[in-house]
Design a protein around this ligand. Sequence first.
Ligand code: DX5
Ligand code: ZN
Length: 227
Amino acid sequence: MLPESKPAVEIAPSVLSADWTRAGAQIEAAERGGARIIHVDVMDGFFVPNITVGLPIVKSLRRATRLPLDAHLMIEKPERYAEQFVEAGANMVSVHVEADKHLHRTLTAIKARGAGAGVAINPATPLVALEEALAYADYVVLMSVNPGFGGQTFINASLDKMRRLRGMIRERGLKTRIEIDGGVDLRNIAEVVAAGADIVVAGTAVFGGDDPERAVRELREAAVEWV
Ligand code: DX5
Ligand code: ZN
């Protein structure tokens, strides 16, 4: 049984690992399995070594699903684009603490446009970098791999980091949610949720096989086994 104070974890499949020629159908399948958010990884080839998708794809995805779209901006100077992603249809937009010198301004602007504002943090960036930003972020994207690619191995130190982040949020009496991103699968999701995740991103674990519906269902079932 889930503790009363903590709502059920939300699974956010990352379309990075979907087959883009049939992304709509794959997202529908993930939704049937119980996905509640669709995570969209935006990469610019500078902040991370990879290039993925941008505003036009978010606009298309907006037409393809009613699920909230969560744009994870792995780009330099994300303040240039954050509001445009809201306009394109993203319901949640996160920017990296390492990439934005004016987090307060950017997060406030995202919220002013009516979307949830997130701050993302790389594995080797200390949590102290979030101390001031926590109060005005709706969620933290705690990276459990170095951003840039799907299918990487979960960095185990992320569990302790997440427990400490959960403590920081609690101490401040905030409602900031924790989204964990990278390397989560059936083997580790229970531990990840027990360490404090509210939202779990899963790319390869959902779209790496041929049945995204079953994959999401199995992740949801496995997520509560630890509790
Ligand atoms: C990594 C991305 C992740 C990635 C997760 O840079 O931010 O969202 O798609 O994929 P998996 O679950 O395969 O690690
Ligand atoms: Zn991501």
